[in-house]
Design a protein around this ligand. Structure first.
Ligand code: BEZ
Ligand code: FE
Length: 294
């Protein structure tokens, strides 16, 4: 017997169904279902847009340029996913947290796997540039109990808005990144510099698209964290400076209200001496709450 649509000719009306029917023998059902969903929505979009042949060719050329921009260091398709809000959507779907647990946000392309594990309190700024900052807080469970042994992987851009991996030979390796581990009280603290807003890499087709759409490429100032503790779901997140000029227009939609932290200027002499800085510094205090695994 011939399955529905299998013998049917392709028309504007039945287009997505005809393609889906052709995929019926796929071994991998998940792949087949996802491709069919994509086909359904792409066909619906094309029907709504009614592109000219020339416009469709421009779309193909945009994707071609996006591919050509990718190499071991640069992933232009991830940037495309970021600026379309798809990365944050996938993050939201995969990180539905119980009430009270800290929220996640995008990982971004600048994490490195082998950052050094450092004693608590270490200054992660290796070149002495930027305004000094003390970052501290606690890692807690949803009942408010401290979580000891949490691995805290942090990284940030410098005060000119560049990560060390973007300025190899200019910034020292592992500048402004480090791994810390909490003790019994769940607390953490480290020294750093006040981060600044920065543009996502915008010298490729994604940057060009943003400009054509009247959008800027900036992310508001933030610290990145990955928190991992036995028995808890790992958390990939940021804390943001709420005073940043781009806080309401993050190019990749990563800002959430719960991730705002107060960046406070401290100029009290006793506090400066206690923190071990030579002058005024910024303080940010932020606690994270991890959800139990499962
Ligand atoms: C970041 O925060 O490091 C980042 C996130 C998405 C795109 C580019 C950079
Ligand atoms: Fe970042």
């Amino acid at each position: 017997m011939v399955a529905p649509h299998e013998s049917g000719y392709f028309t504007e009306e039945n287009s997505a169904d005809v393609v889906a029917a052709r995929n019926a023998n796929a071994e991998n059902e998940r792949l087949r279902d996802c491709v069919n969903i994509l086909v359904k929505h792409i066909h619906a979009a094309v029907k709504e847009m009614e592109p000219s042949q020339e416009e469709w060719f421009k779309t193909i050329m945009f994707l071609t340029e996006t591919g050509h921009m990718c190499n071991d260091w640069r992933q232009e398709f991830i940037l495309l996913s970021d600026v379309m809000g798809v990365s944050m959507l996938v993050d939201a779907i995969n990180n539905r947290k119980p009430s009270g647990a800290s929220e996640s946000t995008v990982l971004g392309p600048f994490h490195v796997e082998d950052a050094p594990e450092l004693p608590m309190g270490t200054n992660i700024c290796l070149d002495g540039k930027g305004e000094p900052m003390l970052v501290r807080g606690r890692i807690l469970d949803v009942d408010g109990n401290p979580i000891s042994g949490t691995k805290i992987d942090v990284w940030q851009a410098n005060d000119e808005g560049f990560y060390d991996v973007q300025q190899k030979g200019i910034q020292p390796d592992f500048n402004l990144r480090g791994v810390f581990r909490t003790g019994a009280d769940g607390s953490y603290h480290f020294k750093a510099v006040k981060p600044k807003f920065y543009p996502i890499p915008d010298d490729g087709p994604v940057g060009k698209l943003l400009r054509s759409l009247g959008r800027h490429p900036y992310r508001p100032a933030h610290f990145h964290y990955i928190l991992e503790a036995d028995g808890f779901e790992s958390l990939t997140t940021h804390i943001f400076d709420p005073a940043d000029p781009y806080i309401h227009s993050d190019a990749v939609f990563g800002v959430k209200e719960s991730l705002m932290a107060k960046f406070e200027l401290i100029d009290d002499q006793a506090a400066i001496a206690e923190a071990g800085f030579g002058g005024p510094f910024y303080l940010v205090e932020h606690d994270f709450v991890l959800a139990k695994e499962g």
